[in-house]
Design a protein around this ligand. Structure first.
Ligand code: MSP
Length: 631
């Protein structure tokens, strides 16, 4: 039988700035689901990545004075690092500048154009001449630019449109017929409300003269694709759309923030309808995080940097907090207090202490070896614990299938609480190593260890590192399944560091918000003018030239660079006879660290055209004295 497949996506993130907790949020939620479905034995494909085109990114690049390509090449690192530091198990990472994605976009556009789904029309809007920016009617405020507040001028330009409006009724019908296509239900209603108003067509192009940073339209070289139209196609292009290897569609789940639900539920769905392709099985829109009750924004300086949180509480505590604190569809508030409260109470106290206590007891009372439970089922405390273990399984499953992460965690914590209570009730510290109590003690030690193992299994999609550490402390290589078993019998436990050492709120001042100034941590690609100024370039006049024995490529030159005559070894023997070079004016890099080439000292480098071989020396038309500085 074929394995069940599960294809899950996150939105692709704009690389106009470094990642914040909003990005971390969706990615962690998708990761938990991907890990959960992988553990169920399904064939999971988990896709995340970055959205590299469009005006926002082009403007960010311009601000940094670098080309858009250099900008995205530089910024993508921050998003890849986020995946790494958040322990994300994605199967692929899309960059929309990737040729694989371009192929998919080209194919979709060509097909839609051929089918008559795309037509030429005029796009009316407003242009801010000083800012060189285009705005739609809804962007402008009282006839003024929303950014610089100066007058905007009307602009009408030729563009291409996708006949989105004609799908209004069929999309509405589909949503009505497919109860769980858009979740949660409140968001579904919003979209249905949106579809009550007339749905227009979608402008899918931008003239290159206005915005060149985009994927060229296959049918008009003067235009690029509107960034949303290209971005949505990533969900199929990364599964091979546009090649003969296309597979894995439809997606089982698109996770998105509430602000981008319309683009997914309406633009993307109608695009798929026009392409005669099935719609994704589910689009789930989550809520937004505020920080200390305020909207997160660069100007407020309260943008929370995920790496700062991870440095302070660790990756698993951060993952836990994001999914425990707030129901997934709701808005939530991020605060250091709330984070530390959850950390100290749920993680350090409830879970961390339980694990170290039980491991310590096994070391103390059983020489570190997990004993065989000889009287299992004979103590009422155990029966009740076993019942709790049995009873949490289905609710956890139901909660995870319904994306109610907070409820799944609440169920797991019910079990953690029950095991903590079990330890208290059994009071093993009073049980001496006396033979009459041995059966009870052994059974207790095994039961507590096995219950902790099962807790490790349940938390593993949420806190994979912690689950691994629990497995390791229990002497296991693999944590195993949620089913009660005897894999622990005879295993030697290992005392590890505390899973979640307590954090004193008064002592720790957490640098959680990202400082406004250092928004872009990665250095800009390319040299600054100061960097370039460090290169000591001078006019040199070649005084002597000779071949280097046994080398077909190298010449040894004596070059007057003003302050002295320096020896330079250059790979130009195939191009120039030594005698032809005498008296020639060249450009020499004078402050390179001297090196030996074929055993001959070289104290500089001359500039020539050609990377692998020299096509010609850089020289001057005028008479310029040796040693003249070049800027
Ligand atoms: N590039 C588009 C998505 C294209 S998908 C084909 C985009 N990118 S984004 O970087 O601006 O936003 C990505 C996601 O971050 C969105 O889902 C958005 O909801 C989410 N968040 C941005 N700020 C957020 C919070 N404050 N809280 C939670 N999520 C937030 O839109």
């Amino acid at each position: 039988m074929n394995k069940k497949s599960f294809y899950i996506t996150t939105p692709i993130y704009y690389v106009n700035d470094t990642p914040h907790i909003g990005h971390a949020y969706t990615t962690v939620a998708a990761d938990v689901l991907a890990r959960y479905h992988k553990a169920l034995g399904e064939d999971v494909f988990f896709l995340t990545g970055v959205d590299e085109y469009g005006q926002k990114v082009a403007e960010a690049a311009a601000k940094r004075n670098v080309t858009p390509q250099a900008h995205v090449d530089n910024m993508v690192g921050a998003f890849l690092n986020l995946c790494k530091s958040m322990n994300i198990c994605n199967d692929d990472f899309v960059r929309t500048t990737d040729p694989r994605h371009h192929e998919g976009v080209k194919k979709a556009l060509t097909l839609l154009k051929e089918k008559g789904e795309i037509y030429e029309g005029t796009y009316d809007g407003w242009y801010c001449i000083p800012d060189e920016r285009f705005f739609t009617e809804k962007d402008v405020i009282d006839g003024k630019c929303p950014d610089c507040h100066r007058e905007v001028a009307p602009l009408s330009e030729k563009n291409y449109f996708f006949k989105m409006g004609q799908y209004q009724d069929s999309l509405k019908q589909f949503i009505l017929d497919t109860q769980d296509f858009i979740e949660p239900p409140s968001r579904r209603n919003e979209i249905l409300g949106f579809l009550d108003k007339p749905l227009g067509d979608l402008c899918i192009s931008r003239p290159k003269s206005r915005l060149a940073w985009g994927i060229p339209l296959p049918f008009d070289a003067d235009y690029v694709t509107y960034v949303w139209f290209d971005a949505l196609i990533n969900y199929i292009s990364m599964r091979g759309y546009g090649t003969e290897h296309f597979s894995g569609w439809p997606a089982d789940m698109h996770l998105v923030g509430k602000d981008i639900l319309t683009t997914h539920a309406v633009y993307w769905s109608t695009m798929l309808m026009a392409l005669d392709m099935p719609l994704p099985k589910k689009i789930f829109a989550h809520g937004w995080w505020t920080v200390d009750g305020e909207k997160m924004s660069k100007s407020r300086g309260n943008v929370v940097d995920p790496s700062a949180v991870i440095e302070t509480v660790g990756v698993d505590a951060f993952r836990y907090f994001l999914l425990r604190e707030v129901p997934f569809g709701n808005d939530g508030n991020f605060s250091q207090d709330a984070l530390l409260q959850r950390y100290n109470s749920d993680l350090a106290n409830d879970l961390g202490n339980l694990v170290s206590r039980v491991v310590h007891l096994i070391v103390q009372k059983s020489d570190g070896i997990i004993p065989k439970p000889t009287s299992l089922g004979r103590h009422p405390e155990e029966s009740d614990l076993l019942e709790t273990i049995r009873s949490v399984h289905d609710p956890i499953k139901v909660a995870l299938n319904g994306l109610e992460f907070h409820l799944a965690l609440a169920e797991i914590w019910k079990l953690i609480d029950r095991v903590n209570r079990y330890v208290e009730e059994m009071a093993p510290w009073n049980m001496a190593k006396d033979p009459s109590k041995k059966e009870k003690l052994d059974t207790f030690l095994f039961t507590a260890a096995e219950a902790i193992r099962i807790i490790g299994v349940y938390i593993s999609p949420f806190m994979p590192q912690t689950a691994e550490k629990i497995g390791w402390q229990l002497g296991l290589e693999e944590i195993g399944s949620h089913k009660w078993g005897d894999s622990l019998i005879g295993k030697t436990v290992q005392k590890g560091d505390a899973l979640f050492p307590r954090i004193d709120r008064k002592v720790v001042s957490m640098p959680l918000p990202r400082p406004t100034e250092a928004v872009i941590t990665a250095p800009p690609l390319g040299l600054t003018i100061e960097d370039f100024g460090k290169v000591d370039l001078r006019v040199g006049i070649i005084k002597e030239a000779e071949r280097i024995p046994k080398s077909t490529k190298l010449l040894k030159l004596q070059v007057d660079t003003g302050e002295r005559v320096r020896q330079v070894v250059a790979g130009i023997a195939e191009k120039y006879a030594p005698e032809a070079l005498i008296g020639k004016k060249i450009i020499v890099v004078c402050n390179l660290v001297p090196v030996k080439l074929r055993g001959v000292l070289s104290e500089g480098m001359l500039l020539a055209a050609g990377a692998e071989q020299a096509f010609g020396l850089a020289t001057f038309l005028e008479e310029i004295p040796a040693g003249t500085k070049i800027k």
